[in-house]
Design a protein around this ligand. Sequence first.
Ligand code: GAL
Length: 370
Amino acid sequence: MKNNKLSIAIFLSVLAAVFFSCTLLAQKPAEKYTSFKPGQLWLDNNGVFINAHGGGLIYYNKKYYWFGEHKIEGKKGNSAQVGVHCYSSNDLYNWKNEGIALNVSDDNSSEIAKGCILERPKVIYNGKTKKFVMWFHLEHKGKGYATARSAVAISANITGPYTFVKSIRPNANTNPVNFIASDTIKSKDNFFLRDYAIGQMARDMNLFVDDDGKAYHIFSSEENRTMHISQLTDDYLSPSGKYIRISKDKSREAPALFKHNGKYYLITSACTGWAPNAATIAVADNILGDWKVIDNPCQGPDANLTFKGQSTYVLPVQGIKDAFIFIADRWQPDNAIDGRYLWLPIHFEGDKITIPWMDEWDLSFFKTKK
Ligand code: GAL
């Protein structure tokens, strides 16, 4: 009898705990979205705020997958307490929670120990090895932003679990394709030369796969002063040794690269930490060739602050010609989990490229535009 009462009491308290955690997690019943509302709360299929910051997307087997930094509440959320979160979608508006694709480790000696900085994860698929390859910016736990490395994880399944492979400082002892003799002049600001033997710094990063299957790793290097575009090996796990230094001493970060009508475009931000600043877009005929800055593509309120956001990714929309979505993060460093997503259409008009602000829009934008 006593035992029965005890089990009922335990059962009721478990039920109450489950009920309370569910009400906390499910902020609202899942709704069906039919448009994008940049900067507004965006909930997943369970009614929970999508938690995939600094993200990247991949289209695979007729579905989109969104990978990003899972952030927790408060300032602590600026470091990795959980890992990389994955969501999937058929229509880009409605996202299903696929769980944590890469977990940080409870082992403090791991390179991805809980509390490290793990930013801007991107996933690409390698058709030769049949592996999904994730790259991200890694700062070892307790070292602030001094480590400046890129890391690689792989999985046979798109949603994971991903296994950590290694972290690197790219292109040690390697000259870029646009090397000039003056690059080797010693000075206190020549960070390229300083890091020549140990490999170049790699912070804000992105990946891009070209039509010929070659993949590129784009990252802020040399104390964030110079951007590098570095070709990967055919398995996408390492630098191939072919790379270029661009925007020398221009301090650009948050790179997002895409290709349209045979030309390469690179959107970047200036370097002001979590605070927003003006974006620029640059163009090149050859990804490892000459890059020319065009302008700030943003138009509308706060266009000089990238709409209070920072570039993260440019997504080519499947099945619609000339349809690209600019994706940015509106960071909230005091309460990291509350960072918002800005998804806006890229508009091409001849050679002119703009990103107009819109409170609300849907994919018909691409079909109806002139
Ligand atoms: C931003 C960068 C973010 C994060 C932040 C830290 O400029 O894009 O990914 O590193 O700085 O201050």
